[in-house]
Design a protein around this ligand. Structure first.
Ligand SMILES: [Zn+2]
Length: 196
């Protein structure tokens, strides 16, 4: 879903003039400012293999729950997530999307925020993404593909790299396309949360 700057004033229909394009325009007729904002989204990395009672787990054994995009002939995977709805906190949105896509349920309070950034998807959609991590032990249920998802399973970075044609979403910022990034940043966030 692309989002584009408004091309006319939603209040009076007048022509907009650039103030600080593309973020800020102003109506030449009524003088109202119009702002162009990114779409807020939230994603959840469920990490398996992060917790160990006696010895620290190894990063290369940590796997991440990914949902397969329901597009024919393409093996694109992403961490479960989607758009934050009006009136919804981002962590609640992340928990809701995780449930809708994989049937797993989680208390939003157990989600650890580890990254927030704004980027442009395919040069058309402006997004702000908040990334959360949670340990699989703090999640209820067994992952099963549900709403608009073709499959749901855990992958280690090595498994995904070795799977011919399978990759993370190509529309993402560069760092998001590395499953190692999700493991490293997500584990660090869970370590910080556990130390508090
Ligand atoms: Zn106007």
């Amino acid at each position: 879903m692309p989002n584009t700057p408004p091309d006319h004033c939603p209040d009076c229909g007048g022509r907009l003039e650039p103030v600080d394009p593309p973020a800020v325009q102003r109506c030449g007729d009524c003088g109202e400012y119009e702002f162009f904002n990114p779409i807020p989204t939230a994603r959840v990395a469920v990490l398996d293999g992060t917790s160990s009672a006696d010895e620290p787990s190894r990063a290369d054994e940590t796997s991440v729950l990914l949902a397969k995009v329901d597009v024919p002939d393409r093996d694109l995977w992403g961490t479960p997530g989607g758009m934050v709805e009006a009136g919804e906190d981002p962590d609640v949105a992340g928990a809701r999307e995780l449930d809708e896509e994989t049937t797993l349920t989680v208390d939003p309070d157990d989600l650890a925020l580890f990254d927030a950034r704004t980027f442009v998807k395919f040069e058309a959609t402006h997004k702000t993404c908040l990334c959360y991590a949670v340990d699989y032990a703090d999640v209820s249920g067994t992952p099963r593909a549900d709403d608009e998802v073709a499959a749901a399973r855990f992958w280690t970075p090595a498994e995904l790299a070795a799977a011919d044609g399978h990759r993370l979403l190509t529309s993402w910022p560069e760092s998001y396309k590395r499953l190692e990034w999700w493991v490293e940043e997500g584990r660090a966030a869970l370590d910080r949360a556990g130390a508090e």
